[in-house]
Design a protein around this ligand. Structure first.
Ligand SMILES: *[C@@H]1O[C@H](CO)[C@@H](O)[C@H](O)[C@H]1NC(C)=O
Ligand SMILES: *[C@@H]1O[C@H](CO)[C@@H](O)[C@H](O)[C@H]1NC(C)=O
Length: 427
């Protein structure tokens, strides 16, 4: 029944999309939780998401028909939709460096700057011998991320590593990974999409580290009501997507992290700026789990690792990091939230509804004093400042005058809105 309703909705959306097409305002909404058939970045690194006959360019904006950008896909109507796509990206293979490859049923199309290469489409078996037809997903994997410049193909739970130079095919088993409906290399990381979720994986082994799957709409789509012109700061200020991590430093500046972006709110002027995590914390890249500030450093925890940045313009990543969470903090990752209160040496580490103390002034660091937080089962992010602790859960935060009061509390205090009260979004 649910599936039927879903199909009906989709048909309605498609019908609307077509009827509105003349006005250029199609109605297929990626924020409804669409499953993508194929994902690849174009020559400029902009992601293209394919769904049926449709194409979404970038992380936000309206849907287009794929034949508007790639008209030849239409000349082969019997082929159906794009099954898989990738961008060839190997400095060594000059001939097709940066070409986009699309797979439809038994055929492969090679495009460069939206122009179909001579002789294409060709049979998949001709261009990629040993690779089956009717693929589910494909992703490029250059050296050294894979041992050799490769393309990884996915069909059901079969995985093929295709060596671009020798054309050798190596069949792999990616045991911990779900069947991918599309796969994507973005900023040197590998993502497998399944339904509207995704998992980040190791391209060599297929291992998935950390807490996956995650919701694609939280990370790869801008599902707020803000248009293309909104800047990072405006979008992030008002986003209703939960924060991954938040902290305030000694000067009262707030840093809040969400997906690939972060917000910095200046303590003195309240001016808020948004940017990509990559731009300021390159090593960390994205999707941090927890952050705390201690003595002019940001301790940023992601999966099983701790990254430490000295606060400054620019922030500098300390040599020797990242280090394992276990080694640096004496506790196993992943961690949900962490904070240090003013002038103290205790890092409070939250995992699920348990909280631990790590004395940052003692070596080696060990986690002790485990206690349960009765009123909150799960905390996305937390920070501590002159007024006490703010524990953030989804769109809301709760304020406690001290960590002790948070732990001892028997009832939840008033709910505050993150967008409105923390970042001053006016709606
Ligand atoms: C693209 O496909 C739509 C629907 O099938 C069709 O109406 C339109 O004419 C096509 N556009 C181009 C540029 O081929
Ligand atoms: C994954 O694909 C295989 C076919 O290769 C199939 O047997 C299996 O049921 C699929 N798993 C899921 C969870 O869909």
């Amino acid at each position: 029944m649910k599936l039927l309703a879903h199909i009906l909705c989709l048909c309605l959306a498609l019908a609307l999309a077509y009827s509105h097409h003349d006005h250029g305002s199609a109605v297929i909404d990626r924020c409804e939780g669409l499953e993508m058939d194929a994902v690849a970045v174009n020559e400029e690194g902009k992601p293209y998401f394919f769904h049926g006959d449709h194409l979404f360019k970038g992380f936000h904006g309206l849907v287009e028909l794929s034949n508007e950008s790639f008209s030849e896909l239409d000349d082969h109507h019997h082929l159906g939709h794009v099954d898989a796509a990738f961008r060839m990206h190997y400095e060594d293979s000059q001939a097709d460096h940066d070409h986009m490859f699309f797979f439809l049923d038994t055929k492969v199309f090679s495009y460069y700057k939206h122009k179909l290469e001579d002789g294409f489409p060709k049979d998949i078996s001709e261009v990629f011998p040993g690779i089956p037809d009717h693929l589910d997903a494909a992703v490029e994997c250059p050296k050294p991320e894979c041992d050799e410049d490769s393309v990884i193909f996915f069909k059901g739970d079969d995985i093929y590593h295709y060596n671009v130079r020798t054309k050798a095919v190596d069949e792999k088993e990616f045991q911990s990974m779900p069947n991918c409906t599309s796969a994507f290399r973005f900023m040197e990381h590998y993502y497998c999409f399944h339904g509207h979720k995704f998992s980040k994986f190791d391209p060599k082994t297929g291992e998935v580290h950390g807490r996956y799957p995650k919701e694609a709409r939280d990370y790869f789509m801008r599902c707020s009501k803000f248009g293309e012109d909104a800047d990072h700061g405006e979008r992030e200020r008002c986003s209703r997507v939960h924060l991954d991590a938040v902290t305030s430093d000694g000067a009262g500046n707030i840093y809040a992290f969400r997906g690939h972006h972060f917000i910095r709110k200046d303590g003195a002027s309240d001016v808020l700026k948004g940017d990509t995590i990559e731009s300021a914390f390159k090593e960390l890249h994205s999707e941090v789990d927890a952050v705390f500030s201690y003595q002019d450093h940001l301790y940023m925890i992601k999966d099983d690792e701790v990254f430490v940045y000295k606060v400054g313009e620019p922030h500098t990543h300390l040599e020797g990091y990242p280090k394992p969470v276990k080694e640096e903090l004496g506790i196993e990752g992943p961690i949900d939230a962490a904070f240090v209160c003013e002038d103290h040496h205790i890092a409070h580490i939250i995992k699920g509804n348990h909280i631990f103390d790590v004395d940052m002034s003692a070596t080696p660091h060990t986690a002790s004093n485990e206690r349960e937080i009765a009123v909150l089962h799960k905390i996305d992010a937390a920070m501590c400042g002159p007024g006490g602790v703010k524990a953030i859960v989804g769109n809301h935060y709760y304020h406690f005058e001290s960590p002790l009061l948070m732990i001892a509390s028997k009832a939840l205090p008033d709910q505050h809105k993150v967008s409105l009260e923390l970042f001053g979004c006016d709606h």
